[in-house]
Design a protein around this ligand. Structure first.
Ligand code: ZN
Length: 110
Protein backbone atom coordinates (compact mmCIF):
# COMPACT_ATOMS: atom_id res chain seq x y z
CA UNK A 1 0.00 0.00 0.00
CA UNK A 2 1.04 3.59 -0.51
CA UNK A 3 1.43 6.22 2.17
CA UNK A 4 -1.59 8.54 2.33
CA UNK A 5 0.64 11.59 2.71
CA UNK A 6 3.60 11.19 0.36
CA UNK A 7 2.08 8.50 -1.91
CA UNK A 8 5.27 6.46 -1.70
CA UNK A 9 5.06 2.70 -1.16
CA UNK A 10 5.11 1.73 2.50
CA UNK A 11 7.21 -1.03 3.93
CA UNK A 12 5.51 -3.94 5.62
CA UNK A 13 6.93 -4.78 9.02
CA UNK A 14 6.43 -8.56 9.02
CA UNK A 15 7.66 -8.98 12.58
CA UNK A 16 4.79 -6.80 13.73
CA UNK A 17 2.15 -8.61 11.73
CA UNK A 18 -0.39 -10.47 13.72
CA UNK A 19 -1.69 -12.69 10.99
CA UNK A 20 -5.43 -12.76 10.52
CA UNK A 21 -5.78 -9.76 12.82
CA UNK A 22 -3.59 -6.95 11.63
CA UNK A 23 -0.70 -5.86 9.48
CA UNK A 24 1.67 -2.95 9.99
CA UNK A 25 3.09 -0.76 7.24
CA UNK A 26 5.64 1.96 7.79
CA UNK A 27 6.47 5.08 5.85
CA UNK A 28 9.96 6.10 6.92
CA UNK A 29 9.64 9.26 4.88
CA UNK A 30 6.76 10.57 6.98
CA UNK A 31 7.49 8.65 10.19
CA UNK A 32 4.05 7.13 10.05
CA UNK A 33 2.83 3.61 10.64
CA UNK A 34 -0.40 2.18 9.34
CA UNK A 35 -2.24 -0.70 10.93
CA UNK A 36 -4.58 -2.57 8.67
CA UNK A 37 -7.35 -5.01 9.32
CA UNK A 38 -5.42 -8.20 8.50
CA UNK A 39 -2.39 -7.86 6.18
CA UNK A 40 -3.38 -5.94 3.03
CA UNK A 41 -6.75 -5.04 4.53
CA UNK A 42 -8.37 -1.70 5.20
CA UNK A 43 -6.48 0.91 7.23
CA UNK A 44 -7.69 0.90 10.83
CA UNK A 45 -5.14 3.08 12.49
CA UNK A 46 -2.72 5.78 11.43
CA UNK A 47 0.17 6.32 13.82
CA UNK A 48 2.35 9.41 13.74
CA UNK A 49 5.68 8.87 15.49
CA UNK A 50 6.96 12.10 16.99
CA UNK A 51 10.06 12.98 18.97
CA UNK A 52 9.09 15.66 21.50
CA UNK A 53 11.24 16.90 24.40
CA UNK A 54 13.55 13.93 23.78
CA UNK A 55 10.75 11.43 24.32
CA UNK A 56 9.01 9.29 21.75
CA UNK A 57 5.33 9.92 21.31
CA UNK A 58 2.75 8.26 19.13
CA UNK A 59 -0.37 9.97 17.94
CA UNK A 60 -2.84 7.32 16.90
CA UNK A 61 -5.83 8.03 14.75
CA UNK A 62 -8.01 5.01 15.37
CA UNK A 63 -10.67 4.73 12.74
CA UNK A 64 -12.32 1.71 14.37
CA UNK A 65 -12.98 3.41 17.71
CA UNK A 66 -13.20 6.90 16.23
CA UNK A 67 -10.73 8.37 18.64
CA UNK A 68 -7.32 9.98 18.75
CA UNK A 69 -4.81 8.80 21.32
CA UNK A 70 -1.57 10.41 22.34
CA UNK A 71 0.85 7.87 23.78
CA UNK A 72 4.18 8.34 25.48
CA UNK A 73 6.51 5.45 24.79
CA UNK A 74 8.71 4.17 27.62
CA UNK A 75 12.42 4.90 27.69
CA UNK A 76 13.09 1.35 28.80
CA UNK A 77 11.71 -1.49 26.71
CA UNK A 78 10.06 -3.14 29.73
CA UNK A 79 8.16 -0.12 30.92
CA UNK A 80 4.57 0.50 30.04
CA UNK A 81 3.18 2.88 27.51
CA UNK A 82 1.54 5.93 29.07
CA UNK A 83 -1.69 7.22 27.59
CA UNK A 84 -1.34 10.97 27.69
CA UNK A 85 -4.61 11.98 26.13
CA UNK A 86 -7.63 10.39 24.49
CA UNK A 87 -9.90 12.47 22.33
CA UNK A 88 -13.29 10.98 21.42
CA UNK A 89 -12.92 11.88 17.77
CA UNK A 90 -10.39 11.73 14.96
CA UNK A 91 -8.34 14.90 14.80
CA UNK A 92 -8.58 16.26 11.28
CA UNK A 93 -5.85 17.87 9.27
CA UNK A 94 -2.82 16.22 10.83
CA UNK A 95 0.13 15.94 8.48
CA UNK A 96 3.75 14.87 8.92
CA UNK A 97 4.63 18.56 8.57
CA UNK A 98 2.40 19.93 11.32
CA UNK A 99 2.33 16.99 13.72
CA UNK A 100 5.00 18.36 16.05
CA UNK A 101 3.30 21.72 16.53
CA UNK A 102 -0.08 19.99 16.99
CA UNK A 103 1.43 17.76 19.67
CA UNK A 104 2.93 20.79 21.40
CA UNK A 105 -0.51 22.39 21.49
CA UNK A 106 -2.10 19.32 23.04
CA UNK A 107 0.68 18.92 25.57
CA UNK A 108 0.22 22.53 26.68
CA UNK A 109 -3.44 21.98 27.46
CA UNK A 110 -3.31 18.48 28.87
ZN1 ZN B 1 4.72 8.92 3.60
Amino acid sequence: MNCQFCQQPTKNAPWENDYDISGWYDCKNCNISYRTYCPNGKVELIRFNVLFRNRNYCIDLDVTTNQTEILLLPQEMDDTIIIVLILPYIVEGLTPQNILSKLETYMTFS
